[in-house]
Design a protein around this ligand. Structure first.
Ligand SMILES: NC(=O)c1ccc[n+]([C@@H]2O[C@H](COP(=O)([O-])OP(=O)(O)OC[C@H]3O[C@@H](n4cnc5c(N)ncnc54)[C@H](O)[C@@H]3O)[C@@H](O)[C@H]2O)c1
Length: 333
């Protein structure tokens, strides 16, 4: 039996990953989440899908004493660290909150990792660490950390560097840094999906709330980029494919630091996402052309070939699948 701690496990990507993890009868799972951007009810939904309920601890990773007592009671073999604040715009407004929450929580976990036996540590990094590059197709070997445009991205970059430094001191540390591109979609059951507290930042939750009428019109930030239709292009990956990427990483974990892009390798524009959503839902969305947002890149997509070759992981689901599952999720709310 392997004991796994999933931080942020009631969140969007964490919950889908816990469902995949629970398929393995040899995994015993504890979720810790402070519910700042998720709901405790998600634990029941995970149990409904997986037929098994993970253990849930409501707690903040900044509470070192709480974490310490958790690690004293449990001998974790694997830590999957999703917990973090993730809204780019908010990080510009509240940089200290982002640095403290994201970086200090990671340091707290690292202080408790055992050094006398192997521990797998998977960290949710982001394509944002690439910042502005000469080519929009991001490869793991590119230099990161230069030309980052917001505190959120810098927290991810700094944490990657902290993990590398820490790995030098602990030869039993098996860290995998997964650089996610743009997760979209929902669980095919319609029970789990993206349901952020507050005003959403990412495109798909805004599309969803425009569809439901919660947001009167969707702002398209810039239609004069040097892209085929003038709108920004990103690499949208189905959240279930992304969740499966964590399982593949665990199966291939090794001492030291391993870094993988998790993306499809295909760019899709904002207008293409909107058109695909309108076609699948049969409903026209209200949109506005708004000025470009400062810090937004025109284009960014993954070169996923390293994860394909080394982890044997490939995306299987399309944007059409993601939109179908998103609509199914919305209809079940
Ligand atoms: N969704 C994306 O577009 C995206 C892209 C790249 C990377 N990531 C990263 O992946 C991870 C998961 O993202 P997500 O989309 O599932 O976000 P999410 O907000 O849905 O999930 C994060 C969870 O962490 C919890 N949390 C935050 N701070 C905490 C703390 N101090 N202690 C305990 N719990 C805390 C929140 O309550 C939430 O449930 C994040 O680290 C995010 O930065 C996300």
């Amino acid at each position: 039996m392997k004991k796994i701690l999933v931080t942020g496990g009631t969140g969007y990507i964490g919950s889908h990953t816990v469902v995949e993890l629970l398929k393995n009868p040899d995994y015993s799972i504890d979720i810790i989440d402070n519910l700042s951007n998720s709901k405790e009810h998600v634990v029941d939904l995970i149990a409904e899908i997986a037929g098994k309920k993970p253990n849930f601890i409501k707690g903040d990773l900044l509470d070192f004493e709480l974490l310490k007592s958790l690690f004293e009671k449990n001998d974790y073999d694997i830590i999957i660290h999703f917990a973090g604040l993730k809204a780019v715009g908010e990080s510009v407004e509240k940089p200290l909150e982002y640095y403290e929450n994201n970086i200090q929580s990671t340091i707290n976990l690292l202080r408790l990792v055992r050094t006398d036996k192997p521990t797998d540590f998977i960290f949710s990094s982001s394509a944002t660490v690439y910042g502005e590059q000469d080519s929009p197709k991001c490869v793991e070997t590119m230099q990161t950390g230069t030309k980052l445009t917001n505190p959120y991205g810098r927290t991810k970059y700094f944490i990657e560097e902290i993990l590398k430094d820490y790995a030098n001191t602990n030869p039993n540390f098996c860290a995998t840094i997964l650089r996610y591109f743009n997760p979209v979609g929902a669980h095919p059951s319609g029970l789990l999906g993206e349901d952020p507290n507050g005003i959403p930042n990412n495109l798909m939750p805004v599309v969803m709330r425009t569809y439901t009428g919660e947001i009167p019109a969707l702002n398209i930030f810039g239609d004069d980029y040097d892209t085929p239709d003038g709108t920004a292009r990103r690499d949208y990956i189905h959240v279930v494919d992304l969740a499966r990427g964590h399982i593949a990483s665990l199966e291939h974990s090794k001492p030291g630091i391993s870094i993988y892009n998790l993306g499809t390798g295909l760019p899709t524009s904002v207008k293409e996402i909107i058109a695909a959503f309108e076609e699948a839902s049969g409903k026209k969305l209200n949109t506005n052309i708004a000025p470009r947002r400062s810090g937004d890149l025109p284009e960014c997509w993954a070169d996923p070939s390293k994860a394909n070759a080394e982890l044997g992981w490939h995306t299987e689901l399309t944007i059409a699948d993601a939109i179908r599952d998103t609509l199914n999720y919305l209809n079940k709310q």
